[in-house]
Design a protein around this ligand. Structure first.
Ligand code: UDP
Ligand code: MG
Length: 316
């Protein structure tokens, strides 16, 4: 039985980059979930982020069979955050938007619980992992990032939540208004506010294929998170600079007094001098580096380039 035309419309936004190995299962499991939940008008907006495999072909054939599957093709690979932004912006007819990965690490079977929380009044629903599937170095890096982020940012993110979750219409409109280029979705979701509810789930292993987010990308993403949500690195430099200046002033005073009291022995102190020179040189270079992180981001924002370029829409 098809849903009522007045039923709430829920759109899933799913970035796709070289996911031919998981797409058939993703589409099958989403179709099963849609059909089991006839109280909603479902659609899935798959955003192809410049895949070089058969992903587009698979999505187009899913669309031909079932028009609830829609496709946005970006003109090249813009990265996960831009693809997500493109999909959320395209969900203009949806009353709620679910954001999720394509690789089935975010199981479609959890979506009805997210939607139920929204129906009960939440504007933002975060899916929070009861368990983590990452292990070893990756896991350590995630934990370290979350510790640093929550220490630095005024908008703490739940360490066990990622992109998976739901935004109600008001939150989607707010999210679409954020113009920045360096986007860190969990931080932006924390920033927009509204009523927030968490739903627990078990994070799965990737169903097939390889992770598409390289470690390099993840590190860049982490840096975006920190630098776009905190001025603390800059402030720490100011405080540290003031501290070093005070120490220098005290040392100068000490040596002047020493001279005036008539001590004849000239201090040797070559090692001390070289240590201070290297140390201060290092601190200054780090300082310039931190400034550069902010300056580069300011430059990117000032250029006002769009976050993504759409090549083609199918079904939208
Ligand atoms: N993805 C994307 N563009 C990219 C890299 C990844 O759209 O440049 C998509 C990918 O297809 C998947 C999601 O982002 O749907 C998360 O990627 P992945 O599973 O590789 O990341 P991880 O689980 O390691 O965070
Ligand atoms: Mg994944």
């Amino acid at each position: 039985m098809p849903p009522e035309p007045s039923a709430p419309a829920v759109a899933l936004v799913i970035p796709v980059f070289n996911e031919e190995a998981v797409l058939p299962e993703l589409i099958a499991r989403l179709t099963a979930m849609f059909d089991a939940q006839p109280a909603y008008r479902w659609s899935a907006i798959l955003v192809n982020d410049g895949s070089r495999d058969r992903s587009v072909e698979l999505i187009l054939s899913a669309h031909a069979r079932d028009p609830r599957f829609k496709l946005i093709e970006l003109s090249r690979n813009f990265g996960f955050q831009s693809a997500l932004t493109a999909g959320v912006a395209a969900a203009t007819a949806a009353d709620a938007v679910v954001t999720m990965d394509a690789d089935l690490q975010d199981p479609p079977e959890v979506i009805p619980a997210l939607v139920a929380a929204w129906r009960e009044g939440a504007d933002v629903v975060r899916a929070v992992r009861r368990t983590r599937s990452e292990t070893g170095l990756r896991r350590l890096a995630f934990d370290l990032f979350h510790r640093i982020f929550s220490a630095l940012s005024a908008y703490p993110v739940e360490p066990n939540s990622g992109t998976f979750g739901l935004l109600g219409r008001v939150a989607v409109d707010a999210f679409n208004q954020l113009p920045e280029r360096h986007r860190f979705f969990p931080g932006l979701r924390a920033w927009v506010g509204f009523n927030r509810v968490d739903v627990a789930y078990d994070r799965q292993e990737r169903a097939a294929g390889q992770p598409q987010q390289t470690l390099h990308r993840l590190i860049r993403y982490a840096a975006d998170g920190i630098f776009s949500f905190s001025y603390l690195p800059l402030r720490a430099l100011t405080v540290f600079g003031a501290f070093v200046a005070c120490m220098g002033f005290a040392a100068a005073l000490f040596f002047i007094l020493w001279r005036l009291t008539g001590s004849e022995r000239a201090p040797t102190g070559f090692t001390t001098a070289i240590t201070f020179v290297l140390f201060l040189g290092g601190v200054q270079l780090i300082g310039i580096g931190v400034l550069g992180e902010y300056l580069g981001r300011v430059y990117d924002e000032v250029k006002q380039r769009p976050n993504f370029i759409v090549k083609k829409r199918t079904g939208l």
